[in-house]
Design a protein around this ligand. Sequence first.
Ligand code: SF4
Length: 473
Amino acid sequence: MSGTEGPAKLRSMRRFFLRTFGCQMNQHDAEKLGNLLHHQGFSPSSSAEDADLVLIHTCSIREKAEQKLYTEIGILAKLKAGRPELVLGVGGCVAQQEGAKLLKRFPVLDFVFGPQNITHLPAMVARAAEHQRSLWVDYDEDPQRRFELPERHPEFESVTPGRAFVTVMEGCDLFCTYCVVPKTRGREVSRSSGSIVEEAQRCADRGVVEITLLGQTVNAYGRTRPGQVADEIPFAELIRRISEIDGIERIRFTSPHPIFVSDDLIHAYGEIPELCPHLHLPVQSGSNRVLEAMNRRYTREDYLDLVTRLRAVRGDIALTTDWIVGFPGETEAEFEATLSLLREVKFVDSFSFKYSERPETPAQRRGLIPMDPAEAGKRLEALQLLQRDLTLAAHQARVGSKVTILVEGTSRRGVDQQRGRCEYNRVVNFVSPAAVQAGSIQDVEIIDATPHSLLAVTALTAAAPRSLELPIV
Ligand code: SF4
């Protein structure tokens, strides 16, 4: 290869295809990857067949993630056999976990990189253009480097107009026994508050009205850790500073950990109008023995105390959560404790999963035996049925009230309805005599409810005769 062949090949590479799996953090990382490639001169392609560069962005939370990845690589290997110039990369948590093994097993791969090495993507692509393979799974010496990203192009923003995600911290120091995140994303690192507020300001300057702050344990933000910058502030203060930016009307965050819900954060719900009255606070189980086996570091009583204190400050706060059903050794009585906690808190909604053993987790290393999948399945079904009833009741209680929604666009129910999310983070389908611009904030009145969504009318519709036939699914 001549010395100029590499750069020439890089210049001729124009289109990328990115396939991403997993959580909100991964989806946001995918936006960052797309934006980095945009700054390198690439534009997105709708299929791998039309692309010069294909990236698979993996997630290791669910079972069989590695198998799915191997299947994908097999398909791409066939594509590359017909087009040897095609560049293939794998990122995300499975890439971090499998690292060098992946490169060795699949010679078709040009590079493999972990979630904390996203900023090195342009360098890996440039090396691939010169037929050099890269493995980038080590932690950077400078922990702030992972946050140093170029200005975001709107094409690589959240798909919802008016909304943006801003990463405030990464990694986790808590080591829940079922979770691989501390291994794949590394230890907790907070981003400098100045850089976060600047990014939020830039979002507001281009019309963003709602910001979601992201981090694995987002409300651990600002804990003083060795090697971190000096200007960190507590999480509640970070929210306050962002709320002072003109144009930012709503602030959310995900995912918090109960042990980092401070008094200041609770009071912020009563003091900062921009902080949405919704909190997704993962609890995982209602049994103290299971919580301890999971290494969650709080008890059922601690969690209930938080709920009481939050509701004392903000009575209408909507609480949602995560559950893991069928953790190794979970007895019938312990599962009943989970159901009773769900009934007691009356969560508006929840994400629930059967426990699945993940490689390299403390639970796997300790040899904890997963319970009978059929029994775990029955328990999951019982929990989801109860949740469905509670969600419907919570939605019905909103009928007749007014909420404010961020309009997302046309409803999945059809073109006669639009859709948005209210301050309580519920999906609201609504009818208006005139289309309302996506990305704008709209006051509506709730007129009906299902377990999945709310149905509303705008003030204009409400003023008109109520003779609408409104389909509800
Ligand atoms: S708090 Fe627990 S579940 Fe959440 S990322 Fe950390 S180890 Fe995983």
